[in-house]
Design a protein. Structure first.
Length: 405
């Protein structure tokens, strides 16, 4: 490779910036290099002067994101060495790094050694933050909590904004940091000592089992199973990098069967996303209909949504990267659903403030910030025993925050 000059360094930065935006919109795909080259007005072979292949470029994007998060956390801790809540607030409010950073969620598309490096850096980052939270718990300034889950939630919130710009088109992403700071630090509950009643799932987490001779029901169940497995694979490896053959292999069926029950790859992607937003809206409507204080209704919705994201029987397709891969009709549907969800949760928060179960807070901001710490990176695999406690911990975080009082 030629010696690195100021001009080549600038070109490399341009490529990285374009790659990050493409990555956050489209995810990793076989056409990624070609799309970046067209966007920058250069030839595809010219990209190989800077990055050896697709995995190399994706790896660099993720390295940049890790570096921004690491530096942001260290700056926050250094600036608030003796005030852990203020350090967490600074980390969330700063949105670490200049410009847009890659959302790390397609690690399976990397080579094993690259994947291990990025996962290791993220684990060290959350371990560092978890140790800080443990210090606050020991000192009595923070409430008892699972520091590993909460540390991952805080890092997730710090990296969330690029996702809202895609999936929440038209919503004010600048309010995300305000809302996530409010929820993560102090939570929404007006009375932090009020009991939380155990509630069943607001929306059934598993589809109904059809009768043996119900052909339409059996076909619907088969289609639902395809969507569950495809959504889980999209969450782990990304939409662009998952082929119909991969989904078929996981299900033990051929590609023709997937075409029969769902359709093409485009139809499968759209169906998974529409299924997800249908579930989101069902949860919101169930929370609105619940005969309970609004703080308890939102707490239950957060619990159910975070559980459904990793429960293998449900596996909703989380809105990570891949928005650009939706059809025009599916994008329009997502925009309508996102607006309906925003309006619904604004109502829930406002009703909670009015009734006194939710403390006075900026309802528009917390509505936008609420999904940020639920956007858990799928690099971690959860045992069946860990799913429910994790969902409960994140729901408690939304209710009480991290402060001891």
């Amino acid at each position: 490779m030629p010696p690195r000059t100021a001009r080549s360094a600038s070109r490399e930065e341009d490529i990285l910036a374009a790659a990050i935006e493409e990555l956050n919109t489209m995810g990793v795909s076989l056409e990624w290099f070609g799309d970046i080259a067209r966007r920058l007005g250069i030839t595809r072979p010219a990209l190989y002067s800077y990055f050896s292949d697709r995995e190399d470029l994706q790896h660099r994007c993720y390295q940049e994101a890790c570096g921004a998060l690491e530096h942001g956390l260290e700056r926050a801790l250094a600036g608030h060495a003796h005030d852990i809540p203020a350090a967490v607030e600074a980390f969330l409010a700063e949105r670490p790094g200049d410009g847009e950073q890659a959302v790390i969620c397609e690690l399976e598309a990397l080579r094993p050694e690259q994947r291990d490096e990025i996962a290791g850096r993220l684990n060290r980052l959350t371990d560092r933050l978890g140790a800080v939270l443990a210090t606050g718990i020991a000192a009595g300034t923070l409430r008892p909590m699972d520091t590993d889950i909460v540390a991952n939630a805080i890092v997730s919130a710090a990296a969330y904004t690029p996702l809202l710009r895609r999936w929440g088109e038209g919503l004010d992403a600048s309010l995300v940091s305000v809302g996530s700071v409010e929820l993560v630090t102090r939570g929404m509950a007006a009375d932090r000592r009020a009991p939380v009643p155990p509630l069943p799932a607001l929306v059934p987490l598993a589809p109904a089992r059809p009768q043996a001779f119900d052909r339409a029901g059996l076909e619907a169940a088969k289609r639902e199973r395809i969507l569950v497995v495809a959504s889980a694979m999209f969450n782990r490896r990304g939409v662009g990098a998952t082929r119909l053959e991969d989904v078929g292999e996981a299900l033990g069926m051929n590609k023709r069967a997937i075409y029969y029950y769902v359709g093409s790859k485009q139809a499968l992607v759209d169906a998974c996303v529409q299924r997800t937003y249908g579930y989101f809206l069902d949860e919101m409507h169930a929370a609105e209909a619940l005969d309970a204080p609004r703080s308890i209704a939102i707490h239950a919705a957060v619990r159910d949504l975070t559980r459904a994201a990793v429960d293998p029987d449900v596996s909703i397709n989380l809105p990570y990267v891949g928005y650009g891969l939706l059809s025009e009709a599916a994008r329009a549907s997502v925009t309508r659903s996102a607006q309906a969800m925003y309006d619904g949760y604004v109502r829930l928060f406002a009703e909670g403030v009015a009734e006194g179960s939710i403390r006075p807070l900026p309802v528009e901001a917390v509505t936008l910030g609420l999904p940020s710490f639920m956007s858990w990176s799928p690099i971690r695999q959860f045992t069946p025993q860990a799913i429910a406690p994790r969902a409960q911990e994140l729901a408690d975080l939304a209710l009480w925050g991290i402060l001891a009082r």
